[in-house]
Design a protein around this ligand. Structure first.
Ligand SMILES: [Zn+2]
Length: 233
């Protein structure tokens, strides 16, 4: 299992249904998201292939969901540093909470109360160390600008790099399974999720990568603009 190159600075590690990313710049390696519980050894092995020790990393987590922060405490136990998060999601992660109740689109909406009861109660783990400084407009690692994209979760962030033609690291503010990027099928606040997607669609970037789904390489902003034009509440 290796990090697959996307741009000269950015590479992607597929961890089953979820992806995490490595952004390598002058300030050093930045790990963006941390996979599910149990993914720690896979991430550490992939980092070792690139000669990165966990203590050399910076870590940014896009949001509190278990498939993005599940291995964070394990990575920190192996020497990785405190993770940058938005304070609205980071406070929960620091207390060992890995999910909040969600709303579901499509047929899952009928079962959301039951799913939420089980999911929120079961998805707890070791508290992780969080630095709650990933607020809108903050620049992390000298190159990654925080874009607040609430909706999928209340404290969700995306990241933008102007390098290599402009790269958007969406987290789960958008998914890309079909021809077009789209909002996720689950969210805490759908109207905020739609507004966040439209905000991203107003930006200029060549490439986009996602927590779930395949990268969009070249003219990625046009694909967002096209989808945003008919995205409804
Ligand atoms: Zn998520």
């Amino acid at each position: 299992m290796t990090f697959q190159p996307i741009t000269p600075r950015l590479s992607m590690l597929r961890l089953g249904m979820v992806n995490c990313y490595l952004y390598e710049c002058a300030r050093g390696p930045i790990l963006i998201d941390c996979g599910n519980p149990g993914d720690g050894p896979k991430i550490l092995a992939a980092l070792q292939q690139r000669n990165h020790h966990p203590a050399d990393l910076s870590i940014i987590a896009t949001h509190l969901h278990v498939d993005h922060i599940g291995a964070l405490a394990a990575l920190q136990a192996a020497g990785a540093p405190v993770a940058h998060m938005n304070p609205r999601d980071g406070a929960a992660v620091a207390q060992g909470n890995w999910m909040r109740p969600m709303h579901f689109a499509g047929p899952f909406a009928w079962f959301e109360d039951g799913i939420n009861r089980r999911m929120v109660a079961s998805q707890r783990g070791a508290p992780a160390s969080i630095q709650p400084d990933a607020v809108d407009g903050a620049i992390l690692g000298d190159e990654l600008t925080v874009i607040a994209t609430p909706g999928h979760s209340i404290g969700h962030i995306s990241l933008y790099s102007p390098a290599d033609g402009g790269v958007l690291i969406c987290g789960d503010a958008a998914v890309h399974f079909t021809a077009q990027p789209n909002i996720s099928f689950l969210y805490e606040d759908k109207s905020a999720a739609v507004e966040s997607f439209k905000r991203l669609a107003g930006m200029s970037f060549a490439h986009a990568v996602f927590g779930h789904g395949k990268p969009l390489i070249g003219a990625a902003d046009s694909a967002f603009t096209l989808r945003a034009a008919n995205l409804k509440l």
